[in-house]
Ligand binder design. Sequence first.
Ligand code: ZN
Length: 273
Amino acid sequence: MNHPLSRLAIHTMTNKPWSLRECCDAYAKAGVGGVSVWRNVIEPIGIEEASRIVGDSGLKVPALVRGGFFVSRDEAKRNASIGENKKCIDEAAALDAEMVVLVVGAEVGVPLHEARKQVADGIAKCLDHAASNHVKLAIEPLHPMYAADRSCINRMADARYICEQLKSPWIGIAADVFHVWWDPDLASEIARAGRHGTLFGFHVCDWKPVMSDMLNDRGLMGEGAIDIASIRADVERAGFEGMIEVEVFSSHHWSRNQHEFLADILRAYQNHC
Ligand code: ZN
C-alpha cells in the first residue's frame, strides 16, 4: 500500500522561513512524496547544489515555481522574459521537475486583450526549449484580483484558449483552488482539461473570507470557504494522476514554529483534501 502522504507535495514557499535543505529534510522525514521548488530557495545556493539536495532527498518534484511574466509595453523587456523563462526551464530540467508553473503577467497600461496576445507569443517562443528539455509549461490562472499586475489569465477557460492556440503537448494548466474556486465553469473546465490532456497541476490552500493581505494571507486547507474535497473529486474524475501540491502564502503561518505548521499541513491534507 502506498504511504498516505505519497501524493502530497509541498511548495517550499509554504515553509518560507526554511531553506531548501530544511524543507527537503522535513518533508522526506514526514513521508511527504514531493516538493515544488521556488526559485528564491535556489538562488542562495545555486542550481547544482539545489539539484543535489533534492536528488538526495528522494522527493519527487512536480514543479519549479515560477516562470512567466511575459507582458510589457517594452519590447526589450518582453524579449528578456523569454531568456529568463528558458533559464527557468533549464533549472527545472536540472531538478528533474515535471513542469514550470507560469504566472503569465499583466501590466498597468497594457489592455488585457493585448496582454493575452503577448502571453501566447511569449509561451510560443519557449515551447521548443521546453520540449527539448522534457519540461512541461503550466499556465496558472490567477484570481481576477491580480489582473492588474500579475496575471491577465484569470479563469481555466482563459488558460484553455492559450493551450488551444499553441497546440503542444508541453503546454497545459495548473489549477490552484485559491484562484479558481469561484468559477461557475470550474467543474466543466476541469473535465475538459482532463480530456485534452492539459491538466498538469493541482494546488491547494484555502480562501479566507476576510483577508488582511491580497498575497500573504491565504488559509491552510479547512480554514476558509473552498470545498476542496469536491474540487479534488472533479480533478480525479478528469483522470488527474499528479501530485496534490500544498501552496500556502501566509505571514501568520510563517511566523510560527515551522515544524508545528508542517504537522498542521499534514493533518489538513488528510482531513480536507
Ligand atoms: Zn498555485
